[in-house]
Design a protein around this ligand. Structure first.
Ligand SMILES: [Zn+2]
Length: 415
């Protein structure tokens, strides 16, 4: 089999600090060599001298609303009924392609309208359209009258939103989880509390403990991931205890919460880039601005503590929401590094190693090692020194399973 031999590589393997002058060999869809030596070159091998450019694992964005859309009509589309379903599917695929072009080879859904995510996933897997490795989400599950449900007047007569599904009682949640899984959903999303830009107190609970327990138990019985919008500590601690896989937002991540997250290995998507935008402007009024500023202040203290303690943190945010258009994914890298003060290498680990572990593909993806799948980025410069080379421009090339799916390799051949 002909090989792709990348020489003179600055290697960021997803775990360790960068090492210069490495060689990475790709054969078929796998990495077959990583090291300092130059292996014997065979006829037909493609040898590319990367002249010190960085090779790193593909990135993972793990709180993704593929159908959410800062709309062409000026508003945004949180309800899931703003456009016909086929139109929404095209929006979702366009968004996923923007992510892939920016180096996100793993995308994990956090709620999407109608049954669009699983359909897109199938089209990608079948090779019908290009796209990242996509873990599809479904309608967000919560109870009648929950925060999002009441954003549409009751007298419109909608039983529920296109992007949300109302369930009342443990049995209703069990049925909904099973039905979502039957439709192809691989990560269930619950809406448990208000807070994190959803009007109301962090302490308000939109689901009972019995409902949360039933949903988590059923998702795990069916072998899928389950995540929840959680801002208040009481609900966060309860969900961790009941076995939630991903805490979304985790606004009240104090020392006790951090200890519970470390003990259980529960993943967290802080998603504070969106909060930062509202801390910087009055677009949603002075009250939201003040609350967002407090939230950012709290996270400046909590996130470095969580990182040091070993919490499994993830990248991802509410792109497609008001003022946060899909495609500006690099901005959140800047937020964690420039505003929170975390080391680029730490945040890159969230985006590579941790993302692969979340989707249970840590053996195959997330780091650059012999035997793993060749989901690789070629980046101009070293993002562990200057995150801008990754955050502010697309990678020079994006490889998925050994195929160049975006960009191109330079045509500098080694002698
Ligand atoms: Zn979200």
């Amino acid at each position: 089999m002909n090989r792709l031999v990348l020489t003179n590589v600055n290697l960021l393997d997803g775990e360790n600090p960068a090492v210069r002058n490495r060689t990475v060999v790709v054969e078929g869809d796998r990495i077959t060599f990583v090291g300092a030596e130059l292996p014997t070159v065979n006829d037909g091998d493609r040898v590319v001298d990367l002249q010190g450019r960085t090779v790193m694992p593909g990135l993972a964005t793990c709180h993704y609303h593929a159908t959410m859309h800062s709309g062409t009509q000026g508003g945004f589309a949180p309800y899931g009924y703003e456009y016909p379903a086929p139109y929404q599917a095209l929006i979702a695929h366009r968004n996923l392609m923007a992510a892939l072009q920016q180096g996100y080879t793993i995308v994990v859904g956090a709620g999407s309208a109608r049954e669009i995510d699983p359909g897109i996933k199938q089209a990608i897997e079948d090779g019908f359209v290009p796209g990242p490795r996509f873990t599809p989400s479904g309608r967000e599950l919560s109870t009648t009258g929950h925060a999002n449900d009441t954003t549409v007047p009751w007298h419109w007569g909608l039983p529920e939103l296109g992007a949300a599904r109302n369930c009342d009682g443990a049995d209703a949640f069990r049925y909904a989880v099973r039905d979502e899984v039957k439709k192809g959903v691989e990560v269930i999303k619950l809406f448990v509390t208000r807070g994190h830009l959803v009007p109301g107190s962090n302490d308000s609970m939109e689901m009972t403990p019995a409902e949360i327990a039933a949903a988590i138990e059923t998702a795990h019985e069916r072998g899928v991931l389950i995540r929840a919008h959680l801002a208040g500590k009481r609900a966060i601690m309860l969900a961790i205890e009941l076995g939630i896989d991903i805490v979304d937002h985790c606004d009240e991540m104090d020392d006790e919460v951090i200890a519970a997250l470390v003990e259980t290995g529960t993943f967290v998507v802080p998603s504070i880039h969106y909060i930062k935008l509202f801390a910087q402007s009055d677009v949603r009024g002075p009250h939201v601005r003040a609350e967002s500023m407090r939230n950012m202040e709290f996270m400046r203290d909590a996130l470095p503590k969580a990182e040091a303690a070993g919490v499994r943190l993830l990248l991802g945010d509410d792109y497609g929401g008001v003022s946060l258009r899909h495609g500006q994914y690099g901005d959140e890298l800047h937020t964690y590094i420039d505003d929170i003060g975390l080391a680029p290498l730490a945040v890159l680990r969230w985006a590579t190693r941790n993302g692969a572990a979340l989707i249970r593909r840590g053996d195959d993806l997330g780091t650059i090692e012999t035997g793993k799948l060749a989901d690789l980025l070629v980046v101009e410069g070293d993002p562990s020194i200057d995150i801008g080379v990754l955050a502010d421009q697309n990678p020079m090339a994006v490889l998925k399973g050994g195929d160049i799916v975006c960009g191109a390799l330079p045509d500098t051949q080694s002698a």
